[in-house]
Design a protein around this ligand. Structure first.
Ligand code: NOJ
Ligand code: NOJ
Ligand code: CA
Length: 708
C-alpha cells in the first residue's frame, strides 16, 4: 500500500522534474550553433487530424496553392524530420510563434505564421491538437533534445491580433478573457495610431505596428502575464528566444524579460531589430540595446550587405566595411545572428536565381563572424517568384522536398562539422587578408586555432599571393573537399607569425576553407560568457577550450564563483555575491594557468521595469536630448554619455520627458536627469539627487520636476 502510493508519487515527481528541471546539457553558449529557421505551418504535415480544427475551421488549403492559408505543417512534422535536420548539421531550430493564434480571417489575412497570439499560455490547434494542449510541442522538444538539437521559440510580446477586424486584439489567460482593443477597462493596450515615422523612438515603441493591438507592458498585469508565458515556455524545455519586433517594445521591459529568463535557467535571446544598414538613424540605438539588454540581434545590416554582394554583385568591400563597423559597435559581436534571407524579405533565389552565388553566401555566413541562421528550404533551393517573391510567397510549402544530396545540404553539413571542431568560427576574431570587388580572403582566429576562407564570386581566376595568414606553415586541403570549386593552399614561413600564402590561384566562382586546430592541452582559453550581466546567484555558462577535465576556478575580479559543473569546453558557475559593477571573468585551470578575460556586469538585484518622467525639463534646442543617470550600474553609475546614461528619453508632451528602463528590485536609488546637447555638452539639473525605492515586484512609475 505504502509502496504503491510512493510509486505513484515518485512517478508524479519524476514527471514534474522532467518538465521543470533545467536541461543542464543545454546552456546558453550559442556561438557554436547552426540555427535553422522553421515556419511550422510550412515545413511538414505529420498529423492531418489538426489541419482543419473546429474552433478555426476553413483557414486551411489542402491543395497548397493558396499560401495565405494554413498548409498543414505541425510539431509532429518537425519531429518527424529530426533525422533530416541532424544530417544537415543543424544544432538548433527556431520555430515560428507556437501559441494559440487568431481563430478567424482578418483584413490583414490569416495568422498561419503565428505572430497574432490570442492566448500566450496555450498551443495553436493547427500545430498541436484541438484542445490547444502542449502534448505535441513537448514531444517535439524532447525529441530534439534527445538528438542534440536546441529549440528556440519565436516570442512576440509586442502585440496580440489585428485591432481593426477579426478578434480585435482579444487575448486570454489560459482560456480566461482579458481584454480586446474595444473593451479595455484596465489599460492592457496602447490606443495609438499606426507607426508612421519608424525613426521616432516614441512612435516605434508606443504606436501600433500596422494595425496590431499593441500591448502595454507598463501595466503590471500585462507585464506579469507575458513574463509568465515566457517562463512557461522555459518549463516546457525551450532553450532560447527569437524576440519579435524588439525595436517596438520598451527597453526596460525587455531588460526585465531577459533578466527573468536568465534567472530561470540557461538561455539565449536574439531580437528582430529591422533596419537596412549601419547608416540607419537608429543603428546606434540598436547597438546600445544589444550591448546592454542581454538580447543579441539578428544582423540586418550584414544581411543587406550579403544580399547586395552575393545577390546584386556589389563589391566585397561593402561586406567587409559592414562587418568592420559592427565589430566596433557591438560588444558581443560573435553573438549576433547572421542570415541570407528570412520570411520578411524575398528569398535569395528570387533576388538572384543563381545557386552558385547562394552557396557562396551560405559558406560566408557559416564561416564569418556571428551565429549562422538558415531559412527553411534554402537547402532545397525553395523559392516562389509570385508577386516578386514577397510575403507569403517567400514562405512556400516544403512540398516533401527533403533531399539529403543537394550541394547546399552538404555544404551546410561540412561547415557545421567544422564549427564544432574549430572554435575559431564561434569564438574567433575576424581579419581581412585580401580583397577586391570579386575576391575576399578573411581569417577567423581563436588564439592559435585559425580558419582561412577564400571566396571568388567573379568569372576570373585570381592570384592572391601577397596575402598573409597566421595559419602555421604547411599545406591545407579545402574543408569543403572542392565541392564549391575550392583548392588547397600552401603557407610559407614568415616572420612574427605573419606567414605568406604561396602563390595560389583562386578559381572563378569558388569557395575554399582551410583550417588549423591548435590541439595543445593548455592553457585555458575563454571564448564565451553568457549571460553577460546578472545579479548574484544566477547561473553563468562559460564556453572555451582547454579548461581541462579537473575543475579549477572561475573568478569575477578576484572573487571565486561557485562551480556547478566543469568540463573541458564548458563550465557552469553562479555569479558570486560581490558588489554590483563590471568585473573581468577568468578561468584558472587545475595547474593554476589563467585564461584571457571577458567583461561581466554584476547587477544590483533582479530587475523591475520603471517609467521615469521629468516634468518641465531644461529648455532644449533641436538635437539636444534629456537622459537619466544615477548611482547604480543599471543607471550607468552617473554616466553622462549616449552609451552610459539611459536615453535619449521620449517627449511626446514637450517639455516633459519620460523613459522606461530597468532598475534593481527593492533598492533605494539616487538619480538625476541631464541634458546632452547636440554638441555633446552636458548640463546637469540642480539640487540634491532624487531618490526612489524600487518596488520588490511588479512595475514602477516615478514623476519628478526638473530642478532649476
Ligand atoms: C516581424 C515578423 O518577423 C513579421 O513576420 C511579423 O509579421 C511582424 N514582426 C509582426 O509580428
Ligand atoms: C554630479 C551631480 O550634480 C550630482 O548630483 C551627482 O551626485 C554626481 N554628479 C555624481 O557623481
Ligand atoms: Ca497537420
Amino acid at each position: 500500500m505504502f509502496a504503491s502510493k510512493w510509486r505513484k508519487w515518485s512517478v508524479a515527481l519524476l514527471a514534474c522534474w522532467l518538465i521543470l528541471a533545467p536541461a543542464t546539457a543545454f546552456a546558453d553558449d550559442f556561438k557554436n550553433e547552426v540555427i535553422y529557421q522553421i515556419f511550422t505551418d510550412r515545413f511538414f504535415d505529420s498529423n492531418s487530424a489538426n489541419n482543419n480544427p473546429a474552433q478555426s475551421s476553413g483557414l486551411y488549403d489542402a491543395t497548397h496553392t493558396d499560401l495565405t492559408k494554413y498548409q498543414g505543417g505541425d510539431f509532429a512534422g518537425i519531429q518527424a524530420k529530426i533525422p533530416y535536420l541532424k544530417g544537415m548539421g543543424v544544432t538548433c531550430i527556431w520555430i515560428s510563434p507556437p501559441f494559440d493564434n487568431c481563430n478567424v480571417s482578418t483584413t490583414s489575412g490569416i495568422g498561419y505564421h503565428g505572430y497574432w497570439a490570442r492566448d500566450f499560455k496555450r498551443i495553436e490547434e493547427h500545430f498541436g491538437d484541438a484542445s490547444n494542449s502542449w502534448t505535441a510541442f513537448d514531444s517535439m522538444v524532447n525529441a530534439c533534445h534527445a538528438n542534440g538539437i536546441k529549440v528556440v521559440v519565436d516570442f512576440a510580446p509586442n502585440h496580440t491580433t489585428p485591432n481593426n477586424s477579426g478578434e480585435f486584439g482579444a487575448f486570454y489567460n489560459n482560456g480566461t478573457f482579458m481584454a480586446d482593443i474595444n473593451n479595455d477597462p484596465s489599460g492592457y493596450f496602447h490606443h495609438n495610431p499606426n507607426i508612421s515615422n519608424y525613426d521616432n523612438r516614441y512612435e516605434t515603441q508606443y504606436y501600433a505596428l500596422s494595425f496590431l493591438s499593441d500591448l502595454n507592458q507598463e501595466n503590471a498585469t500585462v507585464s506579469q502575464y507575458l513574463l509568465d508565458s515566457m517562463t512557461l515556455l522555459q518549463q516546457h524545455g525551450v532553450d532560447g528566444f527569437r524576440v519579435d519586433a524588439v525595436k517596438h517594445l520598451t527597453w526596460g521591459w525587455q531588460y526585465v524579460m531577459a533578466n527573468k529568463g536568465y534567472t530561470n535557467r540557461d538561455s539565449f535571446y536574439f531580437g528582430e531589430w529591422y533596419q537596412s544598414t549601419t547608416g540607419d538613424p537608429l543603428y546606434k540605438d540598436s547597438a546600445k540595446f544589444a550591448n546592454k539588454s542581454g538580447i543579441s540581434l539578428l544582423d540586418f545590416p550584414l544581411n543587406q550587405s550579403i544580399r547586395n554582394v552575393f545577390g546584386s554583385n556589389a563589391s566585397f568591400t561593402q561586406l567587409d566595411a559592414t562587418m568592420g563597423q559592427e565589430n566596433v559597435d557591438f560588444k558581443w559581436a560573435n553573438d549576433q545572428v547572421t542570415f541570407v534571407d528570412n520570411h520578411d524579405m524575398s528569398r535569395f533565389l528570387t533576388l538572384n536565381n543563381n545557386q552558385t552565388r547562394l552557396h557562396q553566401a551560405l559558406a560566408y555566413i557559416l564561416t564569418s563572424r556571428g551565429i549562422p541562421c538558415i531559412f527553411y528550404g534554402t537547402e532545397q533551393y525553395l523559392f516562389n517568384n509570385t508577386n516578386g517573391g514577397t510575403d507569403p510567397y517567400n514562405r512556400p510549402w516544403m512540398n516533401n522536398q527533403f533531399s539529403t544530396t543537394t550541394t547546399a545540404y552538404q555544404v551546410i553539413k561540412k561547415l557545421s562539422d567544422l564549427r564544432q571542431t574549430n572554435r575559431a568560427l564561434g569564438y574567433g576574431t575576424t581579419q581581412q587578408r585580401w580583397i577586391n570587388s570579386d575576391v575576399y580572403v578573411y581569417e577567423r582566429k581563436f588564439f592559435n586555432s585559425v580558419v582561412l576562407v577564400a571566396i571568388n564570386k567573379g568569372a576570373t581566376a585570381t592570384n592572391v599571393s601577397g596575402a598573409i595568414t597566421t595559419l602555421p606553415p604547411g599545406t591545407y586541403t579545402d574543408r569543403l573537399t572542392n565541392q564549391l570549386g575550392g583548392v588547397s593552399v600552401t603557407v610559407n614561413t614568415g616572420t612574427g607569425g605573419n606567414n605568406p600564402v604561396a602563390t595560389t590561384s583562386i578559381p572563378a566562382n569558388s569557395v575554399s576553407v582551410w583550417s588549423y586546430v591548435d590541439n595543445a592541452a593548455q592553457p585555458p582559453r575563454l571564448g564565451s560568457v553568457g549571460p553577460t550581466s546578472a545579479q548574484p546567484g544566477v547561473k553563468v555558462t562559460i564556453g572555451g577550450t582547454k579548461f581541462g577535465t579537473t575543475a579549477g576556478s572561475v573568478k569575477f575580479g578576484t572573487t571565486a564563483a561557485t562551480i556547478v559543473s566543469w568540463t573541458d569546453k564548458k563550465i557552469v558557475c553562479t555569479v558570486p555575491a560581490v558588489a554590483a559593477g563590471t568585473y573581468s571573468v577568468t578561468v584558472t585551470n587545475s595547474s593554476a594557468q589563467v585564461s584571457n578575460a571577458s567583461d561581466f556586469t554584476v547587477l544590483t538585484a533582479a530587475q523591475i521595469p520603471v517609467t521615469f518622467t521629468v516634468i518641465n525639463a531644461s529648455p532644449t534646442s533641436p538635437g539636444d536630448n534629456i537622459y537619466l543617470t544615477g548611482n547604480v550600474v543599471e543607471l550607468g553609475n552617473w554616466g553622462t554619455t549616449f552609451s552610459t546614461a539611459v536615453g535619449p528619453m521620449n517627449t511626446p508632451n514637450y517639455p516633459n520627458w519620460f523613459i522606461n528602463t530597468s532598475v534593481p528590485a527593492g533598492t533605494t536609488i539616487q538619480f538625476k536627469f541631464i541634458k546632452i546637447k547636440a554638441d555633446g555638452t552636458v548640463v546637469w539639473e540642480n539640487g540634491a539627487n532624487h531618490t526612489y525605492t524600487v518596488p520588490a515586484n511588479g512595475v514602477g512609475f516615478v514623476n519628478v520636476n526638473w530642478q532649476y
